[in-house]
Ligand binder design. Structure first.
Ligand SMILES: [Zn+2]
Length: 83
């Protein structure tokens, strides 16, 4: 729980129920990113073909690290700038 608290404090010290729920879902692997969603379909898509729906750049897998840290899509950059 200490590391979660540090992470939440790293989000500008703001906490909210939505933020806590989003973080919990992320930690449990329960989120709508392609890396997870396309893993559980009847014919699983290979990981390297689960391309980011935001930037749509071949080779950019839509996983947690890419969406939260690396994706250059303007919508995600704008949301990151809030923190
Ligand atoms: Zn992307």
């Amino acid at each position: 729980m200490g590391s979660v608290r540090v992470l939440l404090l790293g989000m500008g010290g703001r906490t909210s129920l939505d933020g806590v729920l989003a973080l919990t879902r992320l930690l449990w692997g329960d989120y709508p990113l392609a890396v997870e969603q396309l893993r559980w379909v009847s014919s699983p898509i290979p990981r390297d073909r689960r391309v980011c729906r935001f930037c749509q750049v071949d080779g950019n897998v839509e996983d947690e690290a890419h969406v939260l840290l690396d994706c250059l899509d303007a919508r995600l950059v704008a949301m990151r700038d809030l923190f």
